[in-house]
Design a protein around this ligand. Structure first.
Ligand code: PLP
Length: 463
C-alpha cells in the first residue's frame, strides 16, 4: 500500500515535534537540520514517515514490540469496545478482560499461576524486585534482600531497574544506585572470558554465578534475575548446560529465579516464552512489549502460586499482602488488547512462523558471513537475531560504534529499519539486532538480507 502525505500537513507535524517533543534515546542536535522522523502509518510489517517514505520494519517498532504487526483492526476494535463498556477501575477490583487474559496467559505457562499487572517492562521488574524484598523481610528476617543480575542484561530505565542492569553506558550518568543489586558475569560464548573452560562453557558460565553467591553469602541473596536470551546487550543465547545448572544453583541456595521475558515473551523466539526452550522452571516471569504488541500499554509480573501464597496472610499486618499499586495497571485497554494479541498468535500459527522464518533468516545471514569477514557471529532464536561485526575475525576486535551506525543508516536509506546494541562500557556496541514481526514472510526476510548485503558491502569496501 502507499501512503498519501497530503492527508495532513506533514510539515506542521515535523515542526511541532522538533520544537516540543523530547525524544527517547536521541541526540536532538541533528533534528535542527533534518527535522525528526515522524512515523504516521503502519500496516503489516511496514511503516511510513511523514515524508511518504516506506520502510520494512525489522525491529518491530524500533524496540522489538509489535509482534503481530501493524494495522490490526481486530485489536483496535476490542480496545474500543472495552473502553466504551468500562474504561477504568483500579485493580483493587477485577475487570473482565484482565480475568480472561490472565486465564489464557496462565494456560501457556505451566507452573505459573498469578498475574500482577502494570504498564511497562521496567515497572513489571520493579514489582518483581519488591516481591523479592518483601519475601526477604517476611520469611528471612530482613536477609536475602540481594538480587543478582547479569553483565549485558537490561531490566529497565528506573533507578532500581538500572541498578539491576549490566549496560553501563545506559546507567553511569544516573548513580548512585540502589544497594543490594549484584552483578554476575555474562554467558556469551563468542566473547568467552579468558579463563573460561571452553569445552563446557555453559556449565562454566553458570558456575560463575555460584562463585558470586558464595562470595556474597547465599543467605543474603533473594533472587537471580536473567533475560532468557539477552536482547539489547547483543542477542546472547546461553550455551547448552547453562540453564540446568542455573536451576540447580537456585534450588541449592534457596534463590528465586526471575526470568525477564520483556523482549522474548509472547512468541518472539518461536515459543510463548524464551525460558520454555530450556526446560526452566522460574518462580517469577516478567513481560511487556509483545504482550499487546504496542496496541496498549501493559506489562505483567507472573508468579507461581507458591510465591503468591507467601503474601496471603501474616501476623504482621504490613506483611499479609503485597502493598503495591499501579494506577493504570490492568485497566482495561491493556488486557483487552493482550487477549486478542494472543488469539492472533494462536490462530495464525505465529510461533511456528517465527521459528521457521528465523531459521531461514539466520541461514541467509550465515551465507553473508561467508562473503564478509566483518561478520564475526550470527546468533539468536526465532525472530530475535544478532549479527556481531568485528574488525578482524581472528582477534574478534569489535568494530567501532560508528560502523554499526553506518550499516543501520545505509539500510534506512534503502527502506529497511534495523536495530543495534546499545553502547556499552566495554565497547561491545558492535551488534546489529533484528526482531521483525512474527508475521514475517520469506520475501520480507529476503528484502532485509538484501539491504544488509548492500550496506555491509559498502561499509566493508571502505574499511
Ligand atoms: N527488560 C528488558 C529485557 C528490556 O529489553 C526492556 C526494554 O527494552 C525492559 C526490561 C524495560 O522495558 P520498558 O522500556 O517497557 O520499561
Amino acid at each position: 500500500m502507499t501512503y498519501d502525505v497530503n492527508d495532513f500537513d506533514s510539515l506542521d507535524v515535523v515542526n511541532n515535534d522538533r520544537d516540543h517533543v523530547w525524544h527517547h534515546l536521541a541526540q536532538h542536535k541533528p533534528f535542527e537540520k533534518t527535522g525528526p522522523m515522524v512515523i504516521v502509518k503502519g500496516e503489516g510489517m511496514r511503516v511510513w514517515d511523514s515524508k511518504g517514505n516506506e520502510y520494512l520494519d525489522a525491529v518491530s517498532g524500533a524496540v522489538w514490540t509489535v509482534n503481530v504487526g501493524y494495522g490490526r483492526t481486530e485489536i483496535a476494535d476490542a480496545v474500543r469496545d472495552q473502553l466504551v463498556e468500562m474504561n477504568y477501575f483500579a485493580q483493587t477490583a477485577g475487570n473482565v478482560p484482565a480475568a480472561k487474559f490472565s486465564k489464557k496467559l496462565i494456560d501457556k505457562m505451566p507452573g505459573m499461576n498469578r498475574v500482577y499487572f502494570s504498564n511497562s517492562g521496567s515497572e513489571a521488574n520493579e514489582k518483581a524486585f519488591k516481591i523479592v524484598r518483601q519475601i526477604a523481610h517476611k520469611k528471612y528476617g530482613g536477609k536475602k534482600t540481594k538480587i543478582l543480575y547479569r553483565d549485558r542484561d537490561y531490566h529497565g530505565t528506573t533507578i532500581a531497574t538500572l541498578s539491576a542492569s549490566g549496560q553501563y553506558e545506559r546507567r553511569n550518568q544516573y548513580g548512585p544506585f540502589v544497594p543490594d543489586f549484584v552483578e554476575v558475569p555474562h554467558c556469551c560464548e563468542y566473547r568467552a572470558q579468558d579463563d573460561a573452560d571452553k569445552s563446557d562453557y555453559g556449565v562454566w558460565a553458570a558456575n560463575q554465578i555460584e562463585k558470586v553467591i558464595l562470595a556474597e553469602g547465599a543467605d543474603t541473596i533473594g533472587a537471580l534475575c536473567l533475560e532468557p536470551i539477552t536482547a539489547g546487550g547483543g542477542v546472547i543465547e546461553a550455551p547448552a548446560g547453562y540453564w540446568p545448572r542455573v536451576q540447580e544453583i537456585c534450588k541449592q541456595y534457596d534463590i528465586l529465579l526471575h526470568i525477564d521475558e520483556v523482549v522474548c515473551g509472547l512468541g518472539r523466539t518461536g515459543t510463548w516464552f524464551g525460558y520454555q526452550h530450556y526446560g526452566v522452571k522460574p518462580d517469577i516471569v516478567t513481560m511487556a512489549k509483545g504482550v499487546a504488541s504496542g496496541y496498549a500499554a501493559i506489562s505483567c509480573t507472573v508468579t507461581t502460586e507458591a510465591v503468591f501464597e507467601m503474601f496471603k496472610e501474616d501476623e504482621d499486618p504490613r506483611m499479609g499482602y503485597f502493598r503495591d499499586i499501579s494506577t493504570f495497571g490492568g485497566c482495561t485497554a491493556g488486557p483487552a488488547a493482550a487477549l486478542v494479541n494472543m488469539e492472533i498468535i494462536e490462530n495464525e500459527n505465529l510461533l511456528e512462523n517465527a521459528s521457521h522464518q528465523g531459521e531461514y533468516l539466520r541461514g541467509r545471514l550465515n551465507d553473508l558471513k561467508e562473503k564478509y569477514p566483518i561478520i564475526g557471529d550470527v546468533r539468536g532464536k526465532g525472530l530475535l537475531v544478532g549479527i556481531e561485526l568485528v574488525k578482524d575475525r581472528s582477534t574478534r576486535e569489535p568494530v567501532e560504534e560508528e560502523t554499526v551506525m553506518a550499516v543501520a543508516g545505509h539500510c534506512m536509506t534503502n527502506g529497511v529499519i534495523i536495530g543495534r546494541t546499545n553502547r556499552s562500557f566495554k565497547a561491545l556496541n558492535n551488534t546489529i539486532c533484528l526482531a521483525p514481526a512474527l508475521i514475517s514472510t520469506k520475501e520480507d526476510m529476503d528484502q532485509l538480507v538484501a539491504a544488509l548485503d548492500d550496506a555491509i558491502a559498502d561499509i566493508a569496501s571502505k574499511m
